[in-house]
Ligand binder design. Structure first.
Ligand SMILES: NC(=O)C1=CN([C@@H]2O[C@H](COP(=O)(O)OP(=O)(O)OC[C@H]3O[C@@H](n4cnc5c(N)ncnc54)[C@H](O)[C@@H]3O)[C@@H](O)[C@H]2O)C=CC1
Ligand SMILES: O=C(O)C1=N[C@H](C(=O)O)C[C@H](O)C1
Length: 238
């Protein structure tokens, strides 16, 4: 498969290694200094573009990929206020877009576990819930996209919570997310339920970026040749 990389930072470089090891060809690499390459024949020849850039640049990159007729797989976080626009473009204009706040298989198992635990906790009101996420100091957004997805999973399934907040809960129905930035941590997410009697927590701790990158390449293999708005539920049928 012919892959274009949009964003050649920590994730772009890890994805390149994994894509090559799975027999794919990297036909174009676009970073901040060569946006004109979106119009190149090499970029247009790609079966799929894998986009990992920044919250401020992702949406514009998607539009450039769509204009070039190249399906997009993206994991960039912090831009989801424009998610509905992208979904509408896919629906109305027949474009292809695969999004995941976290591509790691382990985190997607963890998402399912989080929802199940939240459902159980409806019967146990003595437990309050909070979340913690830890990432490297270079990360631009807080809370992480994964933490937001986890918070949405709790809110959809636990009747006593109706929104997430960063750091402090303003009312009992808030789910607070504590975001820590330290060293080169690839990503840790923990959901903590605490009562007077005890604490129950579930935690995912990424050992490196390899799991995210492998998931993104598997998603790209799945996406090539498909139409519409796609996500990890389409891939793994959770
Ligand atoms: N969904 C997932 O599984 C994962 C998502 N991420 C997200 O992916 C994004 C990127 O993460 P990293 O690679 O660690 O960041 P990074 O900072 O190492 O790389 C970002 C790259 O994008 C480039 N860039 C900036 N503006 C651009 C533009 N207009 N066009 C093209 N390239 C541009 C930068 O020069 C840089 O090389 C972040 O939003 C992060 O939260 C990171 C890991 C996993
Ligand atoms: O910026 C990162 O590094 C990561 N970002 C994603 C997020 O915001 O959830 C996924 C992963 O946690 C690493």
């Amino acid at each position: 498969m012919k892959i274009a990389l949009v964003g050649y930072g920590k994730m772009g470089k890890t994805i390149e290694q994994i894509a090559l090891s799975r027999g794919h060809e990297i036909v174009s690499i676009i970073d901040i200094n060569n946006p004109e390459d979106f119009q190149s024949d090499a970029f247009k020849s790609a079966d799929v573009a894998i986009e990992f850039t920044t919250p401020a640049t992702a949406f514009n990159n998607y539009m450039k990929c769509f204009e070039a007729g190249v399906p997009v797989v993206s994991g960039t976080t912090g831009w989801l206020d424009r998610l509905d626009e992208v979904k509408q473009i896919c629906e109305k204009e027949g474009k292809t877009f695969f999004y995941a706040s976290n591509f790691s298989v382990g985190v997607n198992i963890f998402f399912a576990l989080n929802k199940y635990l939240a459902k159980i906790m409806n019967n146990f009101p003595s437990y309050d819930v909070r979340m913690t996420e830890v990432h490297h100091i270079h990360k631009l957004d807080a809370p992480s996209g994964t933490a937001i997805t986890l918070a949405e999973g709790v809110i959809e399934n636990l009747d006593r919570k109706d929104r997430w907040t960063l750091e402090t809960a303003e009312k009992p129905t808030d789910l607070p997310i504590h975001a820590i930035r330290e060293g080169e941590v690839p990503g840790i997410h923990e959901i903590i339920y605490e009562s007077e009697a005890d604490t129950i927590s579930i935690k995912h701790d990424a050992k490196s970026r390899a799991g995210f990158a492998l998931g993104a390449v598997i998603a790209a293999e799945f996406t090539a040749g498909k139409k519409g708005f796609l996500g990890m539920n389409d891939l793994f049928h959770f």
